[in-house]
Ligand binder design. Structure first.
Ligand code: NAG
Ligand code: NAG
Ligand code: NAG
Ligand code: NAG
Ligand code: NAG
Ligand code: NAG
Ligand code: NAG
Length: 496
């Protein structure tokens, strides 16, 4: 270096740089755009792609025909005649779920595993002569079917006398978490809720200690609560996410169990600093527990729930309660099978197949980020607008608009569809804040705000057409779209 004096070394450097630029352009690939923080963890992405998971509410309430037990139940009441957790997995398989969550203890405090820290458990019941363990049978049956396991341990405990004594109860609760998270293999999700009766004793739960203990014991688990930290409650129990639904929130704004946060949970926060996507918990029956006087919701209702949960960037957690025999009612399994068959009918055929895709611009002139990526059926490829393309700026706002258009082949242009599916590549952050869909340039057939992992538009009536254009607006970096699909839902209103 010392022997090079200006201007020669400047010139030499310029020549080297020019050569490097040329060869870079020849042999390298345009890198992906920067993420827009926050982004999901690997475990959160895995969870999001499950789309439908199952809940099993079973316990003392099943036998006392109630939803909220008192905590004064006699363990002798717990006597399923023919409990078969393998049969419960038939329900999960019928629904096409990949994760099953068991209520290990509900608010009544009765434990479905023989906890060393209380006498109020299956050990004191007549079932399997007091030597049974529902959690064990559940976890074994799930794994035998290739399903992942989740658990729910109610913070509110109406039985335990330590409840109301802050340190003693938190120690008890943590010890039980320890039992559940070390004794039953890998646990993929743990559920905490904020439910508490009006007259319950005052009790501060040490959620931070609980969460950190959970992480220490199961490093790839997702923790569910109003406040995440991994998965948040959607704010209602009827499977309905906000039409605007961000995966992001500010956790600092959420207090677990506090009334008034439902709206925030339901829609998320476009400026949220934390990635905590919502899960929609809903029962296929009116109650969470099995009651002889109730039946499963019909297919039409389950599909409506699917569109308003999975179709709005959420994971759907469907509850199927086993009955007093210890089996999921065959009629419930039948409706779950019908539900999955309907989803296969609707989404198994993509009426966008064979289309050509064009866009307002393509990063790197196409390459790895071409518009055609939205049609390749893969989650890890996506369309990106060119970095030089700021989109069309809406007046007075830092909103950038881009578009992508599918041109269907003559062979399918006349085939009607009534569902439009749009998916963002959320691994690099959720970005789209408004979008609309046009068929053959006519007035918008759908318009809405967020997209996220998956947005499903159920059109009021089937439409046919040669071109489908989607306009997308974002102020959080360019929109990254991984899929666009067109489907025919024969179960929609007006089709049957
Ligand atoms: C439990 O259920 C499974 C799946 O339905 C079935 O194959 C098995 O025979 C049942 N076991 C008993 C003991 O009934
Ligand atoms: C409950 O206890 C906490 C402290 O543990 C206290 O701050 C709060 O005011 C109490 N609430 C009621 C309703 O007594
Ligand atoms: C769902 O629950 C929320 C809050 O509990 C309620 O406001 C809303 O009307 C319910 N929606 C339906 C479709 O039942
Ligand atoms: C969430 O936090 C961000 C960053 O601090 C802030 O800009 C935003 O306003 C917050 N959201 C709400 C609803 O306060
Ligand atoms: C069925 O019975 C249970 C328990 O008696 C009750 O809580 C529930 O409201 C009843 N369900 C219907 C739909 O009537
Ligand atoms: C529970 O469901 C199983 C499977 O459908 C059925 O054989 C059994 O009779 C049901 N038990 C009750 C109490 O309804
Ligand atoms: C839908 O379109 C109308 C009219 O163009 C517009 O005013 C509205 O903001 C759009 N809604 C959404 C959610 O983008």
């Amino acid at each position: 270096m010392g022997s090079c004096a200006p201007p020669w070394c400047v010139l030499a450097a310029a020549v080297v740089a020019a050569v490097m630029v040329t060869s870079l352009a020849e042999v390298t690939t345009t890198p992906p755009p920067l993420p827009v923080l926050p982004v999901p963890t690997a475990a959160q992405l895995r969870w999001q792609r499950r789309e439908v998971i199952m809940f099993f509410h079973f316990g003392m309430n099943t036998f006392t025909d109630s939803e909220w037990g008192t905590g004064r139940e006699d363990p002798a009441a717990f006597r399923p005649a023919a409990l078969n957790a393998t049969q419960w997995m038939d329900a999960a398989a019928a629904a096409g779920a990949s994760l099953v969550i068991l209520v290990a203890k509900h608010h009544d405090g009765f434990c479905l595993w023989p906890s060393a820290y209380t006498a109020h458990s299956v050990r004191a019941s007549p079932w399997r002569g007091g030597r049974g363990d529902v959690v064990r049978e559940f976890a074994d049956a799930a794994r035998a079917r290739g399903l992942d396991v989740g658990l729910y341990l109610s913070p509110w405990d109406r039985h335990d006398e330590r409840y109301g004594r802050e340190v003693a109860y938190n120690e008890y609760y943590l010890a039980q978490l320890h039992e559940l998270l070390t004794g039953y293999g890998s646990v993929s999700e743990i559920w905490f809720d904020g439910a508490k009766g009006k007259n319950a004793k005052n009790m501060t739960y040490h959620f931070q200690e609980w969460f950190q203990t959970v992480r220490q014991l199961q490093s790839s688990i997702n923790i569910f609560s109003d406040d995440g930290p991994d998965v948040r409650w959607v704010g209602d129990e009827n499977g309905s996410a906000g039409s605007t639904c961000w995966s992001t929130v500010n956790r600092s704004m959420i207090t677990i169990g506090e009334a008034g946060i439902e709206k925030y949970l339901n829609t998320g926060d476009p400026r949220g600093k934390d990635w905590v996507p919502p899960e929609c918990d809903v029962s296929i029956r009116p109650g969470w527990f099995w009651h002889n006087n109730e039946t499963a919701k019909p297919l039409s209702k389950l599909l409506e729930i699917y569109y308003s949960s999975v179709g709005r960037n959420c994971v759907l957690l469907l509850n199927a309660p086993p009955n007093t025999t210890g089996l999921v009612d065959d009629a419930d399994i039948a409706v779950l099978r019908e539900f999955r068959a309907a989803l296969t009918t609707i989404f198994g055929m993509d009426l966008a197949a064979g289309s050509t895709a064009t866009a307002s611009s393509e990063r790197g002139g196409g390459g790895g980020f071409a518009a055609s990526n939205v049609l390749d059926g893969r989650d890890d490829t996506y369309w990106v607008p060119a970095s030089s393309d700021d989109g069309r700026r809406k007046e007075g706002a830092h909103v950038h608009e881009h578009w992508i258009e599918l041109r269907r082949p003559p062979s399918t242009a006349g085939v009607p569809f009534n569902v439009v599916r749009i998916q963002e590549h959320v691994a690099l952050g959720q970005r789209v804040e408004a979008h609309d869909v046009y068929v053959d340039g006519a007035a918008a057939v759908a318009n809405a705000t967020t997209v996220g992992h998956k947005r499903l538009h159920r059109l009021p009536a089937p439409v046919a057409g040669r071109t489908v254009r989607i306009r997308l607006a974002s102020r959080r970096g360019p929109p990254l779209v991984s899929a666009v699909g067109l489907h025919l839902d024969p179960f929609a209103a007006g089709m049957m």
